[in-house]
Design a protein around this ligand. Structure first.
Ligand code: PMT
Length: 403
């Protein structure tokens, strides 16, 4: 699950235009795939004279598009443009640069470029005089102004036999450029995070349990945001309908407080960040009946025992450098109760949500929270989606990690 390459799960669109350097694109695809990225290849007609689409589809394990049209209709370059996390054009010839700079979309590569919303990288390749020609330099300047990142051409022997600028950057160098970009995008790259989420169900008998209204939405949003920020994330999830997926996310499903504790404490020591967002039952039946309890005259008395406090127990073992974030779900004297939990459970900050705020707490798609810190500082947020609350929490975590 850990992402040593910084490219695991990343979606790369690779556009190849017609240069002798196109033969290096096969190696480039291989490097991306080995690093865990998914690659979709687009080629200009010129590129197909230098390397076959079959080679690239075999390496990328996806069909390669060489045309906007196909036998059934058209290749949906708009959808592809929106799919990518990054669009790399390597090699980018003088002709392709000119088309990109002027928006002339008469091939599938430039059509997809115009549709792409992700960052675009070009690795130019051409002969030295073409490289230094004012029109090429003008087009490059235009592309830089349009937000395209140039992976500079290198100096060396060219296909013409001349020595000079214009060689496409070597594939490992191109890979390193994209890795650097994703590192900047993924501030928690290399970190490990643990999140507890959802309710717990404490069995009374085989058909009944003590539970609560937690849907898991808040904790799942946090786990997904941590994974998107590059952290290898373990989500210990109580009974929830949600089914989150991300290459950096490992989901461990549990039912009871004890199971949640066992799963969390087994991985706790290796974590950099722990976010305890679960609504854990505080009491559980001391003895769950093995058969369904039959209805009888009179009342039924259940004996409950206190469950393990996961946050407090892990908080007591917190090692220097580890960051623990907790939640407080309150109905009265909210800030006072939350502050008590902040101290008692050894949190670095606590996220308070109150059932008195409309749209906050259990099951809503929104939440309204207040962050409370040990130095008495507090930050209030307006009502927003649970995804946006998760982004605020991750931003605060990045700040603490980098401190
Ligand atoms: O899942 P959703 O429907 O999206 O709802 C989100 C939420 C309301 C469940 C969430 O935002 C939230 O507030 N989670 C914590 C709920 C809670 O149980 O709060 P508490 O004040 O009782 O617990 C304080 C802290 O101790 C929490 O971090 C909790 O995870 C932790 N705890 C509590 C008891 C226990 N036995 N073990 C714990 O780890």
């Amino acid at each position: 699950m850990s992402d040593a390459t910084g490219l695991a799960g990343k979606k790369i669109i690779l556009g190849i235009s017609g240069s002798i350097a196109a033969y290096k694109s096969a190696y480039l695809v291989r490097l991306f795939v080995q690093a865990g990225a998914e690659v979709r290849v687009l080629m200009t007609t010129g590129a197909t004279h230098f390397i076959t689409p079959l080679t690239l589809s075999t390496l990328s394990k996806h069909e390669v598009w060489t045309n906007v049209l196909n036998e059934q209709g058209w290749n949906n370059h708009v959808e592809l443009g929106l799919w990518g996390d990054a669009f790399l054009i390597a090699p980018a010839t003088a002709n392709t640069l000119a088309k990109m700079a002027s928006g002339q979309s008469d091939n599938v590569l430039v059509a997809a470029y115009l549709s792409a919303r992700c960052p675009v990288f070009i690795a130019p390749a051409m002969d030295v005089d073409m490289w230094f020609h004012p029109s090429t330099q003008r087009n490059l300047q235009q592309l830089i102004a349009d937000g395209v990142e140039v992976i500079p051409a290198e100096h060396g022997e060219l296909a013409s036999g001349l020595i000079g600028m214009g060689r496409m950057a070597e594939p490992p160098h191109i890979l390193e450029n994209l890795r650097g970009f994703f590192r900047r995008e993924n501030p928690l790259q290399g970190k490990k995070a643990l999140v507890t989420a959802g309710p717990t169900y404490e069995p009374i008998d085989p058909v009944r349990f003590i539970g609560n209204h937690s849907s898991g939405k808040m904790g799942v949003a946090i786990a997904e945001a941590l994974a998107r920020a590059g952290a290898a994330t373990t989500l210990v999830l109580g009974p929830s309908k949600l089914d989150p997926k991300h290459p950096l996310l490992k989901v461990i499903r549990v039912q009871t407080a004890q199971e949640m504790y066992d799963a969390a404490q087994a991985v706790h020591a290796g974590q950099d960040i722990c976010v305890l967002a679960a609504a854990v039952a505080d009491y559980a039946p001391t003895q769950a009946a093995t058969q369904k309890i039959k209805k009888k005259d009179g009342d039924l008395t259940l004996t409950l025992h206190k469950t393990v406090d996961i946050a407090a127990s892990l908080g007591a073992k917190k090692r220097p450098g580890q960051i623990h974030v907790g939640f407080a779900l309150e109905t009265e004297n909210e800030t006072t109760h939350a502050r008590e939990k902040l101290v008692k459970k050894n949190f670095d900050f606590i996220v308070l949500n109150s059932l008195n705020d409309p749209g906050a707490g259990f099951n809503h798609d929104t939440n309204k929270v207040r962050f409370l810190f040990p130095d008495n500082k507090a930050i209030d947020f307006e009502l927003k989606s649970k995804q946006a609350v998760a982004a605020d929490i991750v931003q605060q975590l990045v700040h603490l990690v980098q401190k």
